[in-house]
Design a protein around this ligand. Structure first.
Ligand code: SAM
Length: 279
């Protein structure tokens, strides 16, 4: 891996260690609701992953583990992985407090094959994962490494088209390239907070990488997985653009706007892929 990518991931580690406790206090993550039994999974992934009872499930970039433990509540034997020590500490303490059987591993996704021996029925990752990864072919190699033959890989994440906009503009303004330029895009703290708490004071910069849809699909195919299903959705899991409005179903959608064609469903904000590892 290029040195610049390693440095950028160190920047991101500080960023995520700052965000983990902020997010654990946020209404967005609603930890109290989770403790009372609320699932943090959305219907899209529950339906597309299918039944997990009795299956082993590896959750990459699990943050502080609410989705991982929600899969456990559905009967999966779960392992969550994240490189943020503060997130993993939080996840472990929540699972101990709630008596949820879950294993949490502190690791950079790229280093995981060196620290985990198991193979899994399902590898899962979601909502804000790929943007933080510099090298998708290497990431897809890790996914494939951990899948049993016949196992399922599932990702639901921000659509690459949605990542090109200036999220703080009141309108539709391009800010970032659609195609990966091979170098991290650096965002300094700008007073906006985070997707889970827009009022939070965040002091650390972040580095991200754009990945086109062909890069994403190509990396999965290149790792030897067979794509079974690809979907695109006209709504986001968080307020991806200032102008978006939240529906009763929890998704954020574009309103009618002079910069957009009439009829609000004009752009994809999420995509999902279900793929399998050939036997
Ligand atoms: C947007 S969050 C994922 C949110 C998750 N879907 C949820 O709602 O709980 C991204 C996560 O990726 C983790 N992360 C970023 N880069 C990583 C890397 N290279 N290896 C492991 N974890 C990483 C961060 O620590 C953070 O917890």
């Amino acid at each position: 891996m290029r040195q610049t990518d390693a440095e950028a991931m160190r920047v991101n580690l500080d960023h995520w260690n700052e965000l983990a406790p902020i997010h654990a206090r946020s209404d967005f993550y609603d930890v109290d609701g989770f403790k009372s039994g609320r699932s943090t999974l959305m219907p899209i992934e529950v339906e597309e992953v299918g039944g997990v009872a009795g299956k082993s499930l590896l959750h990459l970039q699990c943050h502080f583990g609410l989705d991982t433990m929600s899969w456990a509540r559905l009967g999966a034997r779960v392992t969550g992985v994240d490189f943020s020590d503060r997130a993993i500490t939080l996840a472990r303490s929540l699972s101990a407090e709630l008596g949820i059987d879950a294993r949490f591993v502190l690791s950079n996704v790229y280093d995981l094959p060196g620290s985990l021996d198991d193979r899994f029925d399902v590898v899962f990752t979601s909502y804000g994962a790929l943007y933080w990864l510099p090298d998708l072919p290497a990431w897809a190699g890790v996914v494939s490494h951990f899948l049993k033959p016949g196992g399922i890989f599932y990702v639901v994440d921000d659509h690459p088209t949605a990542n090109v906009f200036d999220e703080e503009s009141g309108g539709i303004r391009l800010k970032w390239p659609y195609f990966n330029r091979g170098v991290p895009m650096i965002s300094e703290p700008d007073g906006y907070g985070s997707y889970a708490d827009e009022t939070a004071v965040v002091t650390t910069p972040e580095c991200g990488w754009s990945h086109s849809m062909s890069d994403i699909l190509g990396s999965i195919i290149g790792a030897g997985l067979r794509i079974e299903r690809l979907r695109e959705f006209p709504f986001a899991a968080y307020r991806a653009l200032r102008m978006m409005e939240r529906g009763a179903d929890g998704w954020w959608r574009l309103p009618e706007h002079p910069d957009l064609p009439a009829g609000a469903e004009s752009l994809p904000f999420l995509f999902s892929v279900r793929a399998s590892k050939p036997r």
